[in-house]
Design a binder for this molecule. Structure first.
Ligand code: NDP
Length: 493
């Protein structure tokens, strides 16, 4: 039987609204306090100065809470609390016991995942589907993974009698606030160190909630101390003379400053800094799959990703159709309320970051690159930037060299694999890269010639706690994840 349903005329189809109805995630299970103190020695305390700062929802500009600003005095108290907990307790706690606490934290994170995901989205602006499906599962997975190593350090490093270092100072950024806390805390604690953690100024709330989870898991007082504050708090913490190990994730500029501070001090240091990754697409690549990988590579988390595929290197013969497809795909991205389950691109994390993105995009136009932005409506309040692509980019342009840390893609072309490698390696950074091709031999060849800590093949932005992550050149040194991420927290000499 033939289908008798009338087919709408093309003009009717064009006027049909095929958009999604709003699907906001509920927020009534999240309790945000008016004021937050510092977690020092197992107690929530006010800062010595009595000073605080406000954290806002970047999607609405509504103030969420007043958060304590730790000064030098508080830093000193926190380091002392971490030292006391290390000397008296944690360094004597067996690996099996340390594992028990880490497993508990992982399980509580899973149980309270929805609460954490909503809070992460409200405080940082990332889409709920990312905080729910990426940040939270990965954060729990890191605690599970390193819990597994805590009582097996002798097997992890046979013949090396691994010993903890002491007190670790950890400074983390605002792009994956909870996940970065998990990346830092889990290996440090598994290895037997105590910690003073400083979350970023614009996204302190999930780290503070994690502090409550550590209490719920009955982690002994002082093993983890949490100091909120701005850059000055981080600077005071890393410079404290009684810190044995510093782990930093953030900008290359601040990473260099920390390196200068610690030079000659003997304090161990790992730096995970910026990137300008090349996502390289060959003419034999599965194009539709590559388009998804390009979109995920640069528009995931509004491009606030150190390993974002922010430079697309496309083989000249397919550049035109690929860019046409990419623009069509960009037009379907839903930009807006981060709490809406259908949102693909959320809010820019802060006004300051938005201004940085706008300045670099203006430089791209001034230097002669061609701009395309997805034709979406932006909310009236909050910090927003349209998914953007630049074509006609020269290697010398700032948008091809500097980390934009926003939803902005720069497209360059190449003819041969050798040219692709040369262009890919032509930045001060070396954190990650992607290769899209049908040929396994080409993937292996390129992976060995790209100066990048991570090379993804026919995929992008994949993370796993068992897999080491880190950079070359100005992207930093040291690795996080896997056994490689455990070693920097141990004395293996
Ligand atoms: P920062 O490097 O300033 O911030 C990272 C962390 O370091 C934050 O907790 C910050 O505190 C703290 N911090 C700032 N100054 C110092 C200091 N002198 N000593 C110790 N700690 C310090 O990055 P921004 O937030 O300023 O972002 C600037 C640019 O950095 C972005 O546009 C992006 O390009 C890049 N970036 C890269 C990241 C990555 O993962 N590779 C992450 C974040 C940024 P506070 O937040 O309070 O300033």
């Amino acid at each position: 039987m033939t289908d008798q349903t009338p087919v709408p005329a093309a003009s009717t189809l064009e006027t049909l609204d095929l958009g999604y109805a709003p699907a906001p995630e509920a927020t009534d299970h999240v309790r945000i306090r008016d004021h937050y103190g510092l977690l020092i020695g197992g107690k929530w305390v006010d800062p010595a100065s009595g000073k605080g700062f406000k954290t806002v929802n970047p999607a609405t500009e509504v103030v969420l809470a007043e958060v304590a600003e730790a000064g030098e005095e508080d830093v000193d108290l926190a380091v002392k609390a971490a030292r006391a907990a290390y000397d008296k307790l944690w360094s004597k706690t067996s690996g099996t016991q340390r594992a028990k606490y880490l497993f508990r934290v992982a399980r509580v994170l899973q149980e309270r995942a929805r609460e954490f995901a909503v809070l992460e989205t409200i405080d940082g602006g990332k889409p709920i589907k990312e905080s729910r499906d990426v940040d939270l599962p990965l954060a729990a997975a890191h605690f599970f993974y390193y819990a597994g190593w805590a009582d097996k350090l002798d097997y992890a490093f046979p013949g090396r009698s691994p010993r903890p270092l002491g007190v670790a100072a950890q400074v983390i950024p605002w792009n994956f606030p909870l996940l970065m806390a998990a990346w830092k805390l889990a290996p440090a604690l598994a290895a037997g160190n105590t910690v003073v953690l400083k979350p970023a100024e614009t996204t302190p709330l999930t780290a503070l909630l994690l502090g409550q989870v550590l209490e719920q898991a009955e982690l002994p007082p002082g093993v983890v101390n949490i100091l909120t504050g701005a850059g000055a708090t981080g600077a005071a913490l890393v410079a404290h003379p009684d810190v044995d190990k510093v782990a930093f994730t953030g900008s290359t500029e601040v990473g260099k400053a920390i390196q200068r501070t610690l030079a000659g001090s003997g304090t161990r240091l790992t730096l995970e800094l910026g990137g300008k990754a090349a996502n390289i697409v060959f003419d034999d690549a599965p194009i539709d799959q590559a388009i998804e990988g390009i979109v995920n590579g640069i528009y995931f988390n509004q491009g606030h990703v150190c390993c974002a595929g922010s430079r697309l290197l496309v083989q000249e013969s397919i550049a035109e159709p690929l860019i046409a497809k990419l623009k069509r795909r960009m037009a379907t991205l839903r930009v807006g309320d981060p709490l809406d389950k259908n949102t693909d691109v959320g809010a820019i994390n802060s006004r300051q970051q938005l201004e940085r993105i706008e300045e670099l995009v203006a430089s791209g136009e001034a230097e002669g690159a061609e701009l395309y932005q997805s034709p979406c409506d932006l909310p009236a309040r909050g910090f927003w930037f349209r998914p953007t692509v630049f074509t006609g980019v020269a290697q010398s342009h700032r948008i091809a060299q500097e980390e934009i840390f926003g939803p902005v893609l720069s497209v360059l072309t190449f003819r041969t694999p050798a040219e692709a490698v040369e262009k890919a390696n032509n930045t001060p950074y070396g954190l990650s890269a992607g290769v899209w091709t049908d040929k396994g031999s080409r993937i292996l060849d390129l992976a060995s010639r790209l100066r990048a800590g991570v090379v993804w093949a026919n995929t992008f932005n994949r993370f796993d706690p068992t897999s080491p992550f880190g950079g070359y050149k100005e992207s930093g040194f040291g690795r996080e994840g896997g056994l490689h991420g455990l070693a920097p927290y141990l004395d293996l000499s």
